[in-house]
Ligand binder design. Structure first.
Ligand SMILES: Cc1cc2nc3c(=O)[nH]c(=O)nc-3n(C[C@H](O)[C@H](O)[C@H](O)COP(=O)(O)OP(=O)(O)OC[C@H]3O[C@@H](n4cnc5c(N)ncnc54)[C@H](O)[C@@H]3O)c2cc1C
Length: 402
């Protein structure tokens, strides 16, 4: 199989690299390697950053808007770039390689394409352009205290009240809702229907009266996720995406977009190469002589990162045939999340006692692997736990009985 670029792809790659090098704000260039779940996240800077971070996020958004590269996968008529799947892959590859954040968060990557499939013309008008411009920033309200893997058991209710719905209940793990102004979520509209059928997909303003957000602080002492509470929140029936009680199918479209992450492979490959360069540098003499145990672990991770790269190509090749990746996205999600944990494990252990340092000034490689060691734990849980992805592969991929 020949993965090399065609002449046109080479030209596009050069255009992307030039543009990133000229337009990526210095603030992002200085952030290498981005540590933590939050620091490389565009929305974090755009909403919660200091004035320099906000400026960098806004400059980068404007630069991408000029090329319509905020949403390279959306059709041109809705403000996207309408790029082919392979050109999108090239763009994502180079953005990841240059640690240039993608812009617009879950609204651009997942909700936009879902509205394009299931939304009315009026909803496309209302939500797509403001999402592209960073005016609507989105959080995802699916999970609840009693509904994670078994999402269809969700209990938060939306009861019809004239032209509106009245929403009550709780959502859990609503990442980024403290830096979003809109939220999409699933609520039960028919408690008597079989559990997958009585659910509708809503979008709502987070400033709606009765909606409140409580922080959850993780084991790295970072705030990336929340619990959200709904007490008699009024939402218009125009804010239901797709048909009432058919929200489960809308959500499944969205989750397929969530799991087909193709930038992960580039990030992982880059971090391994940086680790190898660091270990080979003469000034890092105390790390120059690795035991054979670490050498073979590092070699295995390197090979696995190439395998992950090929899984990404598989996803892209399906997308280029207009097939939404399904169990293939689950394969890639499992491999990606487990590999990121294994790499942070090796990276931390190689540094021995230095691996305990969290201080970016004294720790090797700015404490990247130490931080990743804690951050990567959740990667096998969010976006659907890996055990659930294995069930998807078993049933939809291998055709095994449930
Ligand atoms: C950091 C973080 C961010 C998140 N962000 C969001 C967000 O923005 N929005 C959102 O809606 N949700 C979010 N989630 C929620 C995430 O999707 C759920 O945590 C995940 O789906 C698992 O659900 P649960 O936590 O309820 O665990 P459970 O479903 O209770 O699972 C517990 C364990 O049992 C296993 N298990 C459960 N059922 C089965 C089964 N049928 N077969 C085999 N094993 C099974 C699971 O794999 C897991 O190991 C986030 C979670 C985390 C940790």
């Amino acid at each position: 199989m020949d993965w090399s670029d065609s002449e046109n792809q080479k030209k596009f790659r050069t255009e992307v690299i030039d543009y990133i090098e000229k337009n990526l704000p210095n603030y992002y260039k200085k952030l290498k390697p981005p540590t933590g779940l939050e620091s490389g996240d565009w929305q974090n800077f755009f909403v919660l950053g200091d004035k320099y971070q906000k400026q960098a996020a806004s400059d980068w958004m404007k630069a991408l808007q000029k090329k319509s590269w905020v949403a390279p996968h959306w059709p041109k008529q809705y403000g996207g770039a309408g790029l082919s799947s392979i050109d999108q892959f090239i763009l994502h590859q180079e953005m990841a390689f240059h640690d240039a954040p993608s812009v617009g968060g879950q609204g651009v990557s997942m909700l936009g394409p879902t509205i394009l499939i299931h939304g009315t013309d009026e909803q496309k008008q209302m939500f797509l352009q403001p999402t592209l411009e960073g005016k609507m920033l989105w959080a995802q309200g699916f999970s609840e205290p009693g509904a994670g893997s078994d999402l269809a058991s969700l209990q938060a209710r939306a009861e019809k009240n004239g032209d509106n719905y009245q929403i009550n209940g709780q959502k859990l793990w609503t990442s980024r809702s403290h830096k979003s102004n809109w939220i999409f979520g699933l609520f039960r509209t028919d408690p008597d229907a079989p559990k997958h059928r009585g659910i509708s997909f809503f979008v709502m303003n987070q400033n709606s009266p009765g909606l409140s957000v409580n922080p959850i602080i993780d084991m790295a002492w970072e705030h990336s996720t929340n619990e959200t509470f709904y007490e008699n929140v009024e939402v218009s029936s125009n804010n239901v995406i797709g048909e009432e009680n058919r929200g489960w199918y809308v959500a499944m479209t969205l989750l397929d977009y969530e799991r087909s992450n193709i930038s992960g492979a580039v990030h992982i490959r880059k971090r391994i190469n940086e680790l190898i360069d660091f270990l080979n540098k003469k000034e890092n003499i105390i790390f120059n002589y690795l035991s054979s145990r670490f050498r073979s672990a590092l070699t295995d991770r390197y090979i696995e990162s190439e395998v992950l790269f090929n899984f990404s190509f598989r996803i892209v090749s399906l997308q280029s045939k207009d097939i939404v990746p399904n169990y293939e996205a689950s394969v890639s999600k499992i491999f990606n999340s487990e590999l990121s944990q294994k790499i942070s494990n090796v990276g931390t252990k190689i540094f021995g006692l230095y691996g305990n340092l969290w201080d970016e000034k004294t720790a090797p490689m700015d404490a990247y692997f130490t931080r990743e060691y804690t951050h990567s734990v959740v990667r096998t849980i969010f976006g659907g736990a890996n055990e659930i992805q294995r069930n998807i592969i078993a049933t939809r991929g291998l055709g095994l009985p449930r």
